[in-house]
Design a protein around this ligand. Structure first.
Ligand code: SIN
Length: 534
């Protein structure tokens, strides 16, 4: 089955929905979500959205904080665009009905503080900011006539060179598996936005939900798009440490409001690692916790909020309070057991300032993209802002692309070849576990050349085995996710092996210092049309 739309969006988080909402003013929009439409990384965002809302804060200060966190690798014009346009996009969100936590200041909104920010500038909806934003945008997109296809898992981009061998390469749409019927459909469009989010599931421990399997990154790479900065994986310092608590984040905003990190002996240890203590950027905090755990042989650290009082904690962090309580931790009386976990991919598919990738017709926004905003390390709460700003910008680019392409492209139906129904589910499970463990152990917070080489050898074998299985058997969700996870893991390792220094989130004992020039971004694949990164 084939369906045609002016615009095709893969992913229903903040970037995909912002794009869809804008694009729906100019044409038909199909939005594919691989589970229910709200099951995205966005909905789990707790802390908030950083934006310069009123003096004494200023764009220059937010830009400076972002550049410092980015360790010399940010693209400054991307930083200025995001931070300069962000407040207008946030106000649009408020006009659409997003409810942020209010207070009695002249601004009328409570701003919280997070690591690396020189001021309080993080708008939030208590501790469920992503939920408030996601719901607002989903409602607005539905009202605007965006057509949602839930339980539709994109398989691969459809490239013109594969369809008409002489045509200059551009994207024509995507094949997607309808998970309810098992049918593979062709979605054809004049412009395609990748907004598939991150890849936290590449690691054993992650704050991300199950959907974060790097699908867009893997698809873009297979299609030949330029990719950069995948060595910069952000580990969040504090995820709840409890055998039954899968991926539950303990927001950085808790440290912003005065939380103290202690070891098992009850000692506040951050001052031994960094003068900014709990408010150091999160790579420093995650590395410090990792070092403290290794030094003492402990399995977790503790975030102590007990001095802030029950009423304050329930008012500011109602979701975290009740979730911890459900796991038997009353944070008003007991420090919360925490460990670091994979949280955010700072690199991705290279785009220009308008969301255009190196492949004509293919745009990217949100965590899957590498706009240059984050550099070697993302400043906390800059990512929702980036999704809003670049989702919006990419929609304008898509409008221009669609105006220049009056006819819908012709594409063939999906051809399953001689594939037969899968008979060895155990292969998927075995490879899935193996990849996540080896990434955690060899490509985690602290790396070495030897560990990376081990990871690379194992991944090469696993990818070969998965390819063989992929071509022989009919596609299933598990197989698609495994294939993408393996491709992304291999890309992360390849990027990490190329960076012969320790910078930002890439910390390696083999290359402890930094090299010059500071602004070297290593690109894999064809470079972007406006030649960034150079
Ligand atoms: C948090 O609430 O700690 C996460 C915020 C972010 O990742 O930007």
């Amino acid at each position: 089955m084939r369906q045609s739309f002016d615009y095709l969006v893969l992913g229903s988080g903040i970037a995909g929905l912002s794009f869809a909402l804008q694009a729906s003013r100019h044409g038909t929009v199909a939005l594919l979500a691989k589970r229910a439409r709200s099951e995205t990384n966005t909905i789990y965002a707790q802390g908030g959205i950083a934006a310069v809302m009123a003096p004494p804060d200023s764009v220059d200060e937010h830009v400076r904080d972002t550049l410092v966190a980015g360790g010399g690798l940010c693209r400054e014009d991307a930083v200025r665009v995001t931070i300069g346009e962000g407040p207008a996009r946030v106000r649009e969100l408020i006009d659409l009905g997003a409810e942020f936590t209010r207070d009695s200041t002249p601004l009328g909104y409570h701003l919280t503080r997070e690591g690396g920010h020189s001021r309080r500038r993080v708008l939030h909806a208590a501790d469920q900011t992503g939920r408030a934003i996601e719901r607002t945008l989903l409602d607005a997109a539905a009202r605007a006539g965006v057509q949602f296809f839930e339980e539709h898992h994109a398989i691969d981009l459809i490239m013109s060179s594969r369809v008409h061998s002489s045509a200059p390469d551009r994207v024509l749409g995507a094949y997607a598996l309808d998970l309810k019927t098992g049918e593979v459909k062709a979605f054809v469009a004049k412009a395609v936005l990748l907004a598939t989010g991150g890849a936290g599931k590449v690691y054993t421990y992650t704050s991300n939900p199950d959907v974060a399997t790097g699908d867009g990154l893997a698809m873009a790479h297979r299609a030949g798009a330029a990719i950069a900065n995948l060595e910069f994986i952000q580990f969040h310092p504090t995820v709840l440490f409890h055998p039954q608590a899968k991926s539950f984040l303990i927001s950085e905003a808790l440290r912003g409001e005065g939380g103290i990190l202690r070891n098992k002996a009850g000692e506040a240890f951050m001052e031994r690692y960094d003068p900014r203590k709990e408010l150091a950027p999160r790579d420093v905090v995650a590395l410090s916790i990792d070092a403290e755990l290794k030094r003492r042989g402990d399995d977790c650290a503790f975030l102590d909020m007990t001095h802030l009082g029950k009423a304050f904690l329930i008012e500011h962090f109602p979701h975290i309070y009740t979730t911890c309580a459900a796991f038997g931790v009353d944070m008003a009386t007991t420090p919360i057991p925490v460990v670091p976990a994979a949280h955010y991919v700072c690199g991705g598919v290279c785009t220009d300032l308008n969301g255009q990738t190196s492949i004509p017709g293919l745009l990217a926004a949100g965590e899957v993209a590498c706009t240059g905003l984050h550099g070697a390390n993302r400043l906390a709460s800059n990512s929702l802002l980036e999704g809003l700003v670049f989702g919006h910008r990419a929609a304008e680019t898509a409008r221009r692309i669609a105006a220049d392409s009056p006819r819908m492209p012709e594409v063939p139906e999906w051809d399953p070849g001689r594939a037969v129904p899968p008979d060895e589910g155990v292969i998927v499970k075995q490879n899935w576990d193996e990849i996540r463990h080896l990434m955690w152990n060899y490509v985690g917070i602290v790396r070495t050349d030897k560990r990376l080489a081990r990871a690379q050898r194992r991944l090469d074998n696993l990818v070969g085995e998965i390819q063989e299985y992929y071509w022989g058997y009919l596609v299933t969700r598990d197989l698609l996710e495994l294939r993408n996870l393996a491709d992304v893991a291999r890309l992360i390792v390849a990027c990490a092996q190329e960076r012969k220094e320790s910078r930002g989130l890439h910390y390696t004992l083999s290359w402890p210092g930094q090299i010059e020039p500071r602004d070297t971004v290593l690109v894999r694949g064809k470079p972007a049309p406006d030649a960034w990164p150079r």
